[in-house]
Design a protein around this ligand. Sequence first.
Ligand code: UT7
Length: 332
Amino acid sequence: MAYAAFRSIGAYVPQKILSNDDLSKMVDTTDEWITKRTGIKERHIADENETTSDLGMKAASLAIERSGIDASAIDMVVCATISPDYFCMPSTATIISKKLGLGPVTAFDISAACTGFVYILAIAKAFIESGMKKNVLIIGAEKLSAITDYTDRGTCILFGDGAGAAVISATEKKEEAIIDVHTGADGTYADLLMTPNGGTGSPHDALEGETGACFMQMKGNETFKVAVRTLTKDVKEILAANNLTGDDIKHFIPHQANYRIIKAVGDALKMREEQVVLTVAKYGNTSGASIPMAMNDVYEQGNLKKGALMLLDAFGGGLTWGSALVPFSPLK
Ligand code: UT7
C-alpha cells in the first residue's frame, strides 16, 4: 500500500506591512485593543498588481525546490483559497501550474476558508493512498486584503496576505506516513462568517453601486466561541483516535486566527509553550495560508526536523474545521 508523506514546506510573505497603528488611522481602533483581543501586531499586504496566484506560485516554487522531487513529477496541484484570481474560473491552481511551467497535471481549487490547508492535505493523502497520484503540490494562498472591508473595524484588523505550500508524495515507509486527517463542516453556522454578495445566493440589486461586493463579514464573538468549543473537541478526538497525547506532539501548529483561541485550545491539551507555534502577531489571519506559513517559519528557524510530529488544527467559514497528525518526512 502507498502511504502519503509530507516532504517539504515553503512560503511567501509580501513585503508591505500594515501595522496596528496604521489601522488606527483608518478605523476607530487602537494598537492596545487589537493586541489584547487578538495578539496581532501587524500583517503583510500584497501589492496592488500582485495576485493570489503570484503569492502561491512563489511559495510552491520553494516547496518543490526543497522537496528534492523534480517539478516534472508533480501530477496534481490543489489550491485552498477564498480570494482566487478569478471568480469561479479558471482556478488559481491551474494558473499557478502554468506559472510554474508544470506539465499536464490535475489542478483545482477548494473552498473551505481557513480550514482549507487541512482539507487539501486530506485530499492529497486520499489521492496518493488510492494510487491515483504520486506527487501532489498543495497550496494555501490568500490575498485577503482584496476582500477585506477597510471601513469595518471588526474584520479589517484581523486579515493579511500570504501563501504557503507543501509537496506530499507516495512512500512505502509507514513511519513516514501522514497519520490521520479529520475534517468536518456544519452549514448551520454559515452566516457567522461569509462573503454575502457576488454569488447566486445574493439578490442582483445587492451588487448595484457596491464597490465591496465580495467583502468578508463576520459575527466575531459568536465565531470565537464556536471555534474554541469545536477545535478543542476535534483535537482531543484525533489524538485519542490515534492513541496519542499532547506530550507526543513536537509542534502544535494551529490556524492563526486569534491568540486567545490558540491559547484556549493549547491549554485544554496541556501544551507547553515551546510546543505551540505562534505567528499571528506578525502575519495576522491569512486563512488557508496560515498553517503552512507558520510551519515554514519553524522550518526556516531550523527547528523542523525529520520525524517531528506535528498537530495541525483549523477552523473557518462554512463553518469548517479540521485537524491532522503529520510527521515531517523530507527526502533530503
Ligand atoms: O479564521 C476564521 C475564524 N475566525 C475567528 O475565529 C475569529 C474569531 N473572533 C475573534 O477573533 C474575536 O471575536 C474578534 C477579535 C473579532 C473580536 O473580539 P471580541 O473580544 O469577541 O470583541 P467583541 O466583538 O465582543 O466586541 C467587544 C467590543 C464591542 O464594543 P461594545 O459593544 O462592548 O461597546 C465592539 O464594538 O469591542 C468593540 N470592537 C472594537 N474596539 C476597538 C470591535 N472591534 C474593535 C476594534 N477596535 N477593532
